[in-house]
Design a protein around this ligand. Structure first.
Ligand code: ZN
Length: 287
């Protein structure tokens, strides 16, 4: 996987499927996945492959006249691949309570769900997030990840939720797969009912949710078991409640449903989902 920078440390998680809980868990500080420029802590990444980023300014060479067409860095988007591959092995960390953004606490993270065949949600979200990042980079968008790899623990949901503001993100998109009853099918986009960023951010959040919903319907039906027209609002998700930038979680499908599992388990399906997620984000950004 490549690009995108990551950050933060944190601590612990739980098990349980995604639908019920909140994602995220802990991990070690900083690490940067690919390209990015930073290290510990925050940072945003600048994809080397990004067409808009013209090469690093080498001191020795070329005169400053050769600028490329778009020297201005594009907006930053935080992608939050739910859960993490190491969560199940570290219940102490994952189950530790963290602020839930609603006056209480909740577990640092959970392990996430999986398909009946055993394809885990954390692997799905990691794969899709990297595909989305590639597509966004191609359009000059800078991407920051909430975790550096798919083998770590965490970070916790509160740390993830605060990242958007830390890096000045224009949008925060959490990527998940649901673990609902097998009869339910389809995707839904979740927003916080607490409007943590105020009215203006709440309106932008709603616009982001609608752009993603409209885009995703090209590859996946809206949920027939939850929400309304593919949209849902909740007050129990720390990663959204603590987010003061436009933020959503996308439950890309129900991993316990055979049709959704088939889509989500296939590389072509994940690429199709990623393309629609990226298109939704780009629509929101006006790019
Ligand atoms: Zn999840």
């Amino acid at each position: 996987m490549r690009r995108a920078a990551v950050l933060l440390a944190a601590s612990v998680l739980v098990l349980a499927g995604c639908g019920a809980g909140d994602p995220a868990a802990t991990s070690a500080p900083g690490s940067t996945t690919t390209t990015a420029g930073s290290s510990a802590g925050t940072t945003s990444a600048t994809p080397t492959t990004d067409p808009t980023t013209t090469a690093a300014p080498s001191t020795t060479a070329a005169p400053p006249t050769t600028t490329s067409t778009s020297p201005t860095p594009g907006p930053t988007v935080v992608l939050d691949p739910g859960h993490n591959g190491g969560n199940a092995a570290d219940p102490g960390t994952i189950n530790a309570p963290v602020p839930d953004g609603a006056g209480g606490t909740k577990p640092c993270n959970t392990t996430g769900t999986s398909t009946d065949a055993g394809y885990p949600e954390h692997a799905f979200t990691w794969d899709v997030a990297n595909r989305v990042a590639d597509l966004l980079h191609d359009q000059g968008v800078q991407v920051v990840f909430t975790r550096a790899d798919d083998t770590g623990v965490g970070p916790c949901v509160d740390v993830r939720g605060e990242l958007g503001a830390r890096v000045g993100a224009a949008a925060f998109v959490g990527i998940h797969g649901d673990g609902a009853a097998p009869g339910g099918r389809g995707f839904h986009v979740i927003t916080s009912s607490l409007d943590p960023g105020g009215a203006e951010v709440a309106a932008a959040t709603q616009a982001l949710a609608v752009d993603l919903r409209d885009s995703l319907t090209a590859v996946e039906p809206v949920s027939d078991y939850l929400g309304t027209d593919g949209l849902d609002s909740r007050g129990d998700l720390a990663g959204l409640n603590l987010n003061t930038v436009p933020a959503v979680y996308v439950e890309c499908g129900n991993m316990r449903n055979a049709a959704d599992a088939a889509l989500m388990s296939s590389e072509a399906g994940r690429q199709a989902l990623a393309q629609q997620l990226a298109a939704g984000v780009l629509a929101f950004l006006g790019r």
